[in-house]
Design a protein around this ligand. Sequence first.
Ligand SMILES: [Fe+2]
Length: 387
Amino acid sequence: MVVNFYRPVEVFFGEGSLDRAGEVARRYGFKALIVTGRESAKKSGALNRLIESLNSHGINQYVLYNEVLPNPTDKMVNEGARLAVEEKVDLIIGIGGGSALDTAKAISIVSSNEGSAWDYVKYPEGPRLVPYLNRPVICIPTTAGTGSEVNRYSVITNEIRKEKLVISHSLNYPKVALIDPILTKTMSPRLTAITGFDALTHALESLTNRNENFMAEELSIRAVEIIARWLPVAVEEPENLTARKWMAYASMLAGVAIDHLGVALIHGMEHPVSAHYPEISHGEGLAMLAPYITKFNLEGNPDKYELFAKLMGYEEKPAKAVDALLNLLESIGLTRTLKEAGVKESDLDRMTEDVYMLSRHSFTVNPREPSLENVRDLYQRAYEGKL
Ligand SMILES: [Fe+2]
């Protein structure tokens, strides 16, 4: 039995956690860079609540960087890092979905070390530079899915190279996560579905891949159970706070699980999709690939897929894992094929090549090691919707 654990993130989970922001931020200084998207944190009132909390603890100086878009780019990170340096901020607060949190964490690295964002992403050969400093980061998620608030990952896209890669380093952990499930109530049903499915894929891949960490697997198991029960409810009833609470909790558990166990081929094959088609969100990309890759993977780890099927409320048979995914995706309205989402068939070869060039470390971790032909075939199946 293998159990390795390292949790450097202080977590405050529960209603009203956001209001601790001022008290927590005060530990790290007096001037904050707030990193967020253009609209949602503002519209939902979360941004105002954050600023009120900061003000009430004497943090009256803040700089707003609100240019983060879904599938954030290295340019956004570099721009935010430039601001952090110029404005001499003491700390960084990311508030929003996974994109805002990933960007805030990456800004911390880039603004504290030499080089730019792309120097720190992890190619299979490793990153070009290794950071040795960071700035304190507080993460406040307003979606339930990414888990970024509790782990060391930032996923960044390079628009010129059409590559999506990950910064993964122990200095990329936030210092504090404030997880307030109320903030997720304003998510649309579609965003709820997309982000919730990301969390489920984190739980599924960490549970079934070849890495071992018993304690982290227990978190994946619990996350699958919770998501199976509460994701369809959260999609159906956006105001249902019980569903929102459980989803925020499951997303956190799955975010910790991937920190210890990593992901696998579903993520490895998704990143080229949203790198080439940034209008496709990460969660929907995963949804378009997961059933096909899971069917391919079954024979690599039948016991775990059996367990996954059971946790999803199905008969304990590996093949039922695929049915469970298909039915869940149907119930939350994520049924598009790659073709229906606008992916060109002529890009599937390039995407296959990208999986090899950028994510081949996922091959050996995946429950069943794929060949490049397998990867190409899986893209074709997801393109046509042919299991
Ligand atoms: Fe993910």
